[in-house]
Design a protein around this ligand. Structure first.
Ligand SMILES: NC(=O)c1ccc[n+]([C@@H]2O[C@H](COP(=O)([O-])OP(=O)(O)OC[C@H]3O[C@@H](n4cnc5c(N)ncnc54)[C@H](OP(=O)(O)O)[C@@H]3O)[C@@H](O)[C@H]2O)c1
Length: 298
């Protein structure tokens, strides 16, 4: 089974590109400029050239704040591009795993979200990702929409690396403590996707696979909790521990509101696909270990 992964320079695509060969799964990872949702012809060319047995769409416009003033680009990458990709997958009879986000929810439920809970995105990014989910599911393709959350990795733009970089400049940090979610290490999500791919290989496509499934790190914390845990892990490698003060969302204004509590219930991932992600603390530990090896700790 050859997997085609889009979003080549991104956190998840890189994690899949690293993990698939280790699992003995042929993978082709493509990114811009070769594969660009802003150039629709590049989508068809890439799919035809790879002749995949499974496509994983990890390409997305992920700049949550910038999307507020760049809605057209966000919808091109998060709705129109995935729709075109799904149409190609449908025509070729190839299953598609499309990655989406916890930001389709408004965060007011007060408990982990089920796949069947009502959606209500708070900003353009969430709205564009929701539109992408719907386009993919309406395409007639054999589609699995995986909603994940709070993704980080040893490379790329993410909260954990931002915190460590900040600690190089200051001994005292203020971090939002009233938003709760499920931190997800990209390699853990990649492993879950490979487990799904193995299922597809063994069982062939099953209708129960179709639809939305939540896939995030097990457990939950706040951004403040994640920062404190990251510095505690970094301290094992001798990094100094800054003072981290929990602040309220209202004290850290951003162009777009984030959900206050976007925890994802991942029971369906276990039930349908027989896999789950490890506790978020495990993924964090491995990420900090990798950053230590890369010499990136404060
Ligand atoms: N990061 C998170 O916290 C988070 C949370 C929940 C869900 N997700 C979802 O998880 C998936 C993977 O996220 P990630 O963290 O790996 O994202 P990422 O690191 O931001 O990477 C996104 C990738 O998409 C590519 N891309 C952006 N616009 C594109 C376009 N118009 N055409 C083709 N490629 C384009 C980027 O290419 P360039 O490098 O060229 O820009 C990059 O390779 C996405 O679907 C995202 O919405 C992420």
């Amino acid at each position: 089974m050859t997997i085609l992964v889009t979003g080549g320079s991104g956190q998840l695509a890189r994690a899949l590109g690293a993990a698939a060969p280790v699992a003995g799964v042929p993978v082709r990872v493509i990114g811009r400029p070769e594969f660009d949702f802003d150039r629709p012809d590049s989508i068809a060319r890439a799919v035809a050239a790879a002749a995949p047995d499974l496509v994983v769409n990890a390409a997305a416009y992920t700049a949550v704040d910038a999307a507020e003033t760049d809605a057209a680009a966000a919808f091109r990458a998060n709705r129109d591009g995935p729709a075109a990709l799904a149409a190609l997958c449908r025509a070729a009879g190839v299953p598609l795993i499309h990655v989406s986000t916890d930001y389709v929810f408004d965060g007011t439920k007060g408990a982990p979200y089920l796949e069947t809970d009502p959606v209500a995105p708070l900003g353009v990014y969430g709205a564009s990702k929701l539109a992408g989910e719907r386009a993919v599911l309406d395409s007639g393709a054999r589609a699995i929409v995986l909603r994940t959350s709070w993704v980080y990795a040893p490379t790329g733009r993410n909260f954990v690396r931002t915190m460590l970089a900040a600690a190089r400049k200051t001994r005292s940090l203020r971090v939002v403590g009233d938003q709760t979610g499920c931190p997800t290490a990209a390699p853990d999500l990649a492993a879950a996707i490979l487990a799904i791919a193995a299922r597809l290989r063994q069982e062939g496509w099953q209708d129960r696979f179709a639809g939305v499934t939540h896939a995030a790190g097990t457990g939950a914390t706040t951004w403040h909790g994640l920062a404190v845990a990251a510095f505690a892990e970094a301290a094992r490698h001798g990094a100094p521990v800054p003072e981290v003060t929990a602040i309220r969302t209202a004290d850290w204004p951003t162009p777009v509101r984030r959900p206050a509590d976007s925890r994802l219930d991942c029971a369906r991932l276990r039930g349908v696909f027989g896999t789950e992600l490890p506790p978020w603390q495990d993924g964090l530990r491995r990420t900090i270990d990798a950053l230590a090896v890369a010499g990136e700790l404060p």
